[in-house]
Design a protein around this ligand. Structure first.
Ligand code: CU
Length: 131
């Protein structure tokens, strides 16, 4: 009788652990999805690289007031040039940076005017729950 009760409790514990693991696995999955896609919304200050004739992390979603800093890690000059004339860094030489704070909502596509195949987009959206 005593033994049977113990077995029952052990089974209950195993179920609880399985449920907890399932919940944490679900959380990890959601986290991975957010960092891999463009659904992650960032705030404050973010950094974008100009590297290998590309903006490798140049597609970002931010909240209004976010300061974006592009830094040139290549040996040649690049620019951060809005495709809709919203901003233009001019030449950003090797190891130099250009920053812009995005106050207004919208999608801001940009290129390097020297290498127009270098492309990125800053999406400025309201924080979740404030739409
Ligand atoms: Cu360039």
């Amino acid at each position: 009788m005593q033994r049977k009760l113990f077995n029952g409790l052990a089974m209950l514990g195993a179920v609880a652990v399985a449920v907890a693991l399932g919940i944490s696995a679900y959380g990890a999955f959601r986290g991975d999805a957010a960092s891999a896609g463009s659904s992650k919304v960032e705030s404050g200050a973010i950094a974008i690289q100009m590297k290998g004739l590309a903006f490798p992390n140049g597609i970002r979603t931010v909240t209004p007031g976010t300061k974006v800093t592009w830094t040139n890690l290549d040996g040649t000059a690049h620019t951060v040039t809005s495709t809709k004339n919203a901003f233009d860094s001019g030449n950003v030489d090797q190891a130099k940076s250009y920053s812009r704070t995005f106050a207004e909502l919208g999608n801001y596509s940009y290129i390097c005017s020297i290498h127009p195949y270098m492309k990125g987009t800053i999406k400025v959206v309201l924080p979740y729950g404030k739409g």
